[in-house]
Write a protein that binds this ligand. Sequence first.
Ligand code: COA
Length: 811
Amino acid sequence: MSGGPSITLKSQPIDGNNTGNAAAQQQAAANGASGSGSSSTPNGSGTGAGTGAGASNAPAEGTRQNSLQRIQQRKQKVFNLPVPQKLAKLSMYSACQAEGCRCTGWKTPQENRHRDVESSYCPEFNEECRNSSCRHSLRSHIAHLDNISSSSMDELLGAIIDMENLFMSMQRVEDEDTKKVYLYLFRLLRQCVLTRQQAVIRGPLGDPPFESPCITKAVLSLVFYKYNHLSPTELQTMTEVAKTFLNFLNHYNFESPSTRRGDLTHEDASNYKINYTRWLVFCHVPAFCNSLRQFETSLVFGRTLLRTVYQYMSQQLKKKCISERDRFPEDKRSIITQMPKFLEALRAELLKDDSPIWDPNYRPPNSFVIQQRKRHQEVTPSVAGGSAVSLGTSKRSSVGEPLHKRPKKEPLERSTTSESVDDLPTDVVMRAMKSVSESKTTNKSEILFPVNVSRDENVKAEEQKRAIEFHVVGNSLTKPVDKQTVLWLLGLQLVFAYQLPEMPREYISQLVFDTKHKTLALIKENQPIGGICFRPFPSQGFTEIVFCAVTMSEQVKGYGTHLMNHLKDYSIQRGIKHLLTFADCDAIGYFKKQGFSKDIKLARPVYAGYIKEYDSATLMHCELHPSIVNTQFIAVIRNQSEILKELIAQRHNEVQKVRPGLTCFKEGLPSIPVESIPGLREIGWKPQVRPARSSRPLEESSDPEKLATSFASVLQSVRQHTTAWPFLRPVTAAEVPDYYDHIKYPMDLKTMGERLKKGYYQTRRLFMADMARIFLNCRFYNSPDTEYYRCANSLERYYQTKMRELGLWDK
Ligand code: COA
């Protein structure tokens, strides 16, 4: 959802004029951290890059951009310094290695205090440290950096610049809460530079994401929930409006808690203070200090934060829309005009306790999400290309890729569709991908993954060389059929007849030449050597596979698989999502390998009477995923598996460090907190955060019989409710012909009753999932103004009350 036209209002009064440097000042900053000195005298051009949190939201985007650029430029300048100068800079933040010395940074001799190591000044390595308790040479402050790689050196220097900027910001910011956070982050970075470790924020703030669903996901749901009935153009506009809103939020400068004290209730104020601190630490400061990992506000915060900032923020956005109106091109003005309507709808959903968009289980259908993604991809380039509507940036990094970047994650981008999972930093994955592709060119991969792993690769290579071709051919009564097609059809008929001796030849001819059937032909040297004869049923959303065969001498070379993959892609392109076939017992194994299953997920009315039924054969079904390109799938999976192996290998190298065993148990300690085990965090362990519950409901471990009795009682009550009538039994395709085009996982109270009898509901979650499915399906298929929709809402409330009464609800 990010990207698109953007209105940003963030004031980032980073003092661009202060992004220069003065050595003495930095040292003072460093000392400030270690506590051995404090006040820094502004000296030379200064270093500060005040991040300006808590400041008013004045339209200072340009200033912010300039300042970000200056920070990056300064970093680049430092990275380009000669190595001795870089080492001199590092020495100022490095502990003296002389035995027993506790000095934490080399200090410039008095006479050179005004000289700037980032300009021309380069102290001699044998110059003495000004710190009276040290007096060791500069060299002894960098002795441990002898073998440091140039990238690690730049990484450290980048962190030092971030730290210096933070120090200056801390001095300028007036708000005490904000000052404290800056100090905390400054110390963290200082420590990281000293210990040469990566900055990781731990502590009572918790780990992002902080609430589910995140704002991005809820806003996407809102677009679907409120506007899915609109025409595609109108829906597109509302999507753009939503993106603009998210973009605005992601650049919004939150007011400090002290300025909000008057207008928030006590509880809101304390929530706000926590969220404000989180925002500073995880979203705001890292935008300027790329040694810290940055998260997007809208992806890590949820309803709680939005509620507390919404009123003021939406007013600002409306004002901004009015003032920026003329800068928007004509064709994008609708974004401005629709904004108030969108903001009003979002406000209403924010206030409603039972709003579905804030329900963690609510999810717009995949088709909608995919469509949104596609739109996003279509829109993004024009924005990135500097469209006139882009008043700000959709991504903070748009000032240009950081010239030097620590591994930095934006792992929650995908949480618009699924709950967030911790992802690997992009550059780590990129490194692994590069390494895999390099290893391929040196044939290393063939040692690890022998070539014969995938026959599909060989077939694809043949196809690329045009040694084989795939064509969909068929007979026609209305159009002339060329000679080539007829010859291929005749050849295919023979292939099928030889390979399927049980099938009467006349029957094969009849279907191959039937105009409703088509055949995907595999052609080698202009001869058909295999094919799949099929009949599409577009109105029913499935294709029936009638015959499938490869000529004997060409079998087990991967042709059968590639044929099926071509058919899948061909079907997907035509909106077909299901393949069905009657397989005889010899063919079941082959179809299973192609992703078919005997478990038919299509409702019988969808195919019964359409597909040809065979007594001695088994019906098999394959569901097609619209975003998978099947002919590429094996290669993609294979490549991913290589990348994964490479990542595991890289991780393995990183965590090879052997630590001394724990002695605390021998010393009599009965237990220790898991997090205190050395090395555990380094290998990626994180404490599990369990949502607090006031009263624990009947848990999964409860007596199954007791659970079943409770479910039976809930089900009985729900069935008898006046609004239960639409959900009592399955929807049939006869009643609602397109129902199964839209609803993949139907559910109803009768089916639930049957599942209960069979003992399916072993856990509370299973029962709740099915019930939730009934309401979700209904709200998905029907528009909000229908009786069905209202019934779903009302019955859901009743069901939840019943669950609560029996102690089965934990919300
Ligand atoms: N039972 C179980 N597995 C089978 C199989 C069968 N009857 N036929 C092929 N396979 C397996 C292959 O061993 C291979 O598995 P692997 O990759 O794990 O080694 C996989 O299915 C696909 O092999 P591939 O080389 O892509 O297929 P193919 O070119 O040999 O074509 C058939 C597969 C089924 C089309 C071909 O064997 C054939 O024409 N058989 C006779 C006609 C028939 O039974 N058609 C199916 C019903 S209409």
